[in-house]
Design a protein around this ligand. Sequence first.
Ligand SMILES: Nc1ncnc2c1ncn2[C@@H]1O[C@H](COP(=O)(O)OP(=O)(O)OP(=O)(O)O)[C@@H](O)[C@H]1O
Ligand SMILES: [Mg+2]
Length: 266
Amino acid sequence: MSDKEIRDIDKRIDKERIREKDIDTLKVIESVFDYQTSMFVVKLMNKGIINEIGFCVSTGKEANVYHCYGPDNTELAMKIYRTTTAEFKRNWMYVEGDPRFKSYKKGTYSFIYTWARKEFKNLKRMKEADVRVPEPVFVLKNILVMEFIGKNQDAAPLLREVKLRKPNKVYSEILEYLTKLYERGRMVHADLSEYNILYFKKQPIIIDVSQAVLLDHPHAAVFLYRDIHNINRYFTSLRVETLTDEELYEQITDSPPSPKVKAIEF
Ligand SMILES: Nc1ncnc2c1ncn2[C@@H]1O[C@H](COP(=O)(O)OP(=O)(O)OP(=O)(O)O)[C@@H](O)[C@H]1O
Ligand SMILES: [Mg+2]
């Protein structure tokens, strides 16, 4: 047998091995995810985006987040949107007015895929606006892969779980993010609070951005006012001397909130 023949046989065997490994991986993954999602996870592994799935960081209302390893053992977070949830009906209004997603197809799956893609795009746009968010890595169907915020498998805590030594400083940093989002990103987070900000290396990091909208969204002003209110409420509870909601709104947008915006109830 020639060297070439031997090499060819070895190649075939290796290929089969990979397949066997895939099947084993699939079995493990399938015990956690639904079949479709498992197939997408395997695809991400074959593409070399992720190498190993670790523990579940969080089981939320609309998604689960997993710790993963990527190439060179980089730590990654994989957010998997549930394909079965009523929450998405509620979320419809955040996509409806967004010109970037005009061509979505009707049907739950495609809507959830759009939602994941929207979070990916929003993360990118926020990063470009110089707002600290997890760096987006890849999006496939209902799976978003991004930078893991934390170290050595230890996820960073939520802002609300941290006893801040300098709350004034963190308040200013978040106001800076709000301004950059508005001025450079031309967008509003729309679900900002101490529950969607992580605290890592003494820095606030904004997460959970799928519902963020562009400024031309019909409810953008109301969403901004609500974000401002949530941040002010939280930092007031930490005895920070905050601006009023109105002052902050005007500082960010250069015009006072309209009576309609002010009339929203929290
Ligand atoms: N990139 C990340 N790095 C580390 N931890 C993360 C990352 N993204 C999310 N998490 C963790 O997972 C949790 C849920 O993430 P996220 O808020 O994006 O999803 P969600 O489905 O909206 O969850 P919830 O309903 O709990 O808000 C976060 O509170 C945070 O603890
Ligand atoms: Mg959240």
